[in-house]
Design a protein around this ligand. Structure first.
Ligand code: GLY
Ligand code: MN
Ligand code: MN
Length: 444
């Protein structure tokens, strides 16, 4: 299960067709990032570069030039080097890279200064996204300055961001991409199951983080899509909580937001469950509202609906529920229009999902919410977060934070929940956690 060479060629072809005549596009690989002194973070390829090449090495750069016929795609990459390969493992080298990636040609990255300025000269536009790779920005600026100052040339080309063209392609997932995303979601769902089954009072939040990581890695997903969030009790109210170091207390809920990356594609799943395996009455009451809000949002993911409709559907159900619990008072439409619900539900219902966890693609087109189309993948993740110190709400609700997040692909026939293997009804969660207790008792 991978993206085929033919699909990479097709992606480049689509981008070449979208580029104006006499332009040139530049897409660099990611850079290696230092973690400490001479030790690096695990290398992760840039999503744009990976989308267009599938080439996994740093110090690489893709150049694309639309032409009268098919246009041309060239790669610059590291040369083979027996001494370095002895330490760091094999390099593809330009000769093999062109063949592997289905490119027209490939050159050593060390020859960039000799070749790229000549390719840029005489073009009207250079499609390149400034600001992400400052060293390359400066290098390209120096090429442009030299072109502008050279006698007899027509001046330097104009730089235009490549993002809008490229990201519009990435927004629509192919069948192969959806298969990889379904696998990423399935592996992550298994990780959530493992964490739920292992959960018990007295463990710390990072124990659940470790269970999740173990499960994903053992299933072949070596990286996570983002740092896991495991928040027990009121830690669930901290949106970007990631210290994951507090003890898990009997009677609290724990919110776990965790997803793996599988062959370049992200999953993003949140489950909230009771530390001791049984929801209290108050926890269950809030949980059922979030779950109903999520289902309402999923039901509004349909071809032709606009991006905001699922969000509005979740707002309506959650505001009604908060009213029924007595946490909000007043007329429903007034509470929605005034944004009163934001006291407890302060984020939007989701985001695009793909190679990046918060994936690329515009949410509005010409100032209007985007229409949903087949091939788009998004998260659906409403929540209710009740501050621990809010004396306006009954004590039994204070400090409860619940989010339920699934990954949904919009197919021609309707929405498909990719992450459904992670249980989310109260009965299914309690059942899984009871089974987990039995396994642990048998082991002790
Ligand atoms: N895990 C990040 C998010 O849910 O958006
Ligand atoms: Mn998430
Ligand atoms: Mn998310």
């Amino acid at each position: 299960m991978t993206i085929s060479r033919a699909e990479y060629i097709r992606r480049r072809q689509r981008l070449l067709e979208a580029l104006p005549e006499n332009s040139l596009a530049i897409v660099p690989s990611a850079r290696e990032q230092l973690r400490s002194r001479d030790t690096y973070f695990p290398f992760r390829q840039d999503s744009d570069f990976n989308y267009l090449t599938g080439f996994a090495e740093p110090e690489s750069l893709l150049v694309m030039m639309p032409g009268r016929q098919q246009g041309e795609s060239l790669l610059f990459c590291r040369e083979r080097d027996a001494e370095k390969e002895l330490w760091d493992g094999p390099r593809t080298g330009p000769e093999q890279a062109a063949e592997t990636c289905g490119l027209c040609d490939a050159f050593p990255i060390g020859d960039l200064d000799d070749i790229l300025p000549g390719l840029m000269e005489g073009r009207d536009y250079i499609y390149y996204t400034m600001g992400r790779f400052p060293q390359l920005d400066r290098r390209l600026q120096s090429y442009l300055a030299a072109i502008a100052n050279a006698p007899g040339t027509k001046g330097a080309p104009e730089i235009i961001s490549l993002d809008p063209l490229l990201h519009d392609l990435r927004l629509f997932k192919s069948a192969a991409e959806i298969r990889l995303m379904a696998r990423a979601a399935e592996i992550s769902a298994q990780g959530h199951c493992r964490a739920m089954a292992a959960c018990r009072p007295g463990l710390s939040e990072y124990h659940l983080e470790a269970e999740f990581l173990h499960s994903c890695m053992a299933a072949g997903a070596r990286e996570l899509a983002y740092p896991s969030i495991v928040g027990g009790g009121a830690n669930a109210l901290v949106m970007h909580y990631c210290s994951n170091s507090a003890p898990l207390r009997n009677g609290d809920l724990v919110l776990m937001d965790a997803g793996c990356e599988f062959r370049g594609y992200a999953a993003d799943i949140t489950r909230t469950f009771p530390v001791n395996g049984r929801f209290s009455g108050a926890q269950k009451a809030v949980y059922e509202i979030v779950l109903a809000g999520q289902q309402a949002a999923i039901d509004h993911i349909a071809v032709g609906n606009h991006w905001d409709q699922p969000h509005l559907a979740s707002v309506k159900v959650i505001t009604e529920g908060l009213k029924e619990l007595g946490l909000l008072r007043g007329d429903l439409s007034g509470l929605i229009e005034s944004g009163a619900y934001r006291r407890f539900y302060m984020h939007r219902v989701g985001h695009w999902l793909g190679m990046d966890v918060h994936d690329v693609g515009d949410y509005k087109v010409h100032g209007q919410w985007r229409q949903l189309e087949a091939g788009m993948v998004m998260t659906v993740e409403p929540g209710i977060y009740i501050p621990a110190g809010d004396e306006r709400v009954p004590e039994k609700f204070r400090g409860i934070g619940i989010r339920i997040e699934d990954d949904v692909a919009l197919m021609k026939g309707g929405p498909q929940v990719l992450s459904s293997a992670a249980p989310k009804s109260v009965a299914d969660i309690e059942h899984l956690m009871r089974a987990g207790d039995l396994v642990q008792e048998a082991l002790l």
